[in-house]
Ligand binder design. Sequence first.
Ligand code: NCD
Length: 338
Amino acid sequence: MLEIGHDVLTARQFDRSDLIRLADVASRLEPIARGEKVCRVLEGAVMANLFFEPSTRTRISFGTAFARLGGSGLDTTGLAMTSLVKGESLADTARVISGYADVIVVRHPTPEAAKIIAGGALVPVINGGDGEAEHPTQALTDFYTISRELKALGKEIDGSTIVILGDLRYGRTTHSLIALMSVFENITFQLVSPEALSMPDAYSDIARERGHRVNVFRTLEEGLAGADVIYATRYQSERFQIDPSVREAAERLRLDATAFRAHAPEDAVILHPLPRDEVFGELGTDLDRLPNLAVFRQTDNGVPIRMALFATILGVADTFEQWVTEPAWPLRRRSANP
Ligand code: NCD
């Protein structure tokens, strides 16, 4: 159960009631997330965003989420620009930053780095991605998106079929996603990847142990059948050398509009944590015209769900509404297609 002051280190720590509560808080925060309302509940609070690996949406959405609640963010990016290159331990860095900030978000290339930081920190720590291991807040974003998209189609998460496609070995978002969605009931997970990039048992067993069906496929034809949700991912080429036979297998699993129409149910929702690899094309841009493609609704959802997380661990989830006012500045945003 997620409480005030807790760290967020793994998707395994959440239970079903946490997710329902976070989704409820996130939906109440939506107008603030979009800038239609202003909230100063975290005025005076400081968040440290420590990003030691590349990031666009995770780092900026954490910063936006904290700022929309009235707090301020400090960023450090890249190992090279920090004292870690001078030989400082992660635990020492964590203790130091605790004197400067009220919450720490960290992304690091080493699995367990967030846990080590949490061990040395005096304030809550949120894992923004630890190497090839986990990315729990992306999974929260994905859960929130899946729940909204399925609801709009008159469907439920319980009993649904979730396809996870692509690099399931090194793709940390898939590890956190299967763990998180396993808190629901009666899910069929269809894991589709080249054999060499199969999901490690440590993650797929979480779903098996909770009684879900976990089926492994090597083709889109079999793997997309019956899907309510298709979650495609990028091949993590920065983490391994893709050999020609794996590349060939991965090329056969590219999801574009033709493959989608041929093999997936008409109303399947398509997600991807982004970035998509434009050169490799694991998620074709010809899908952008289909309303099924929810990837930009998914990126937008990263803000309210991270706001809900901050509000919960900083203890303002029940009180933020008292701090809401009208913006003094005119909102100017063009409407998006799908
Ligand atoms: C993912 C990540 O960093 O793990 N990106 C993200 O945070 N949305 C996925 C990826 O890089 O492929």
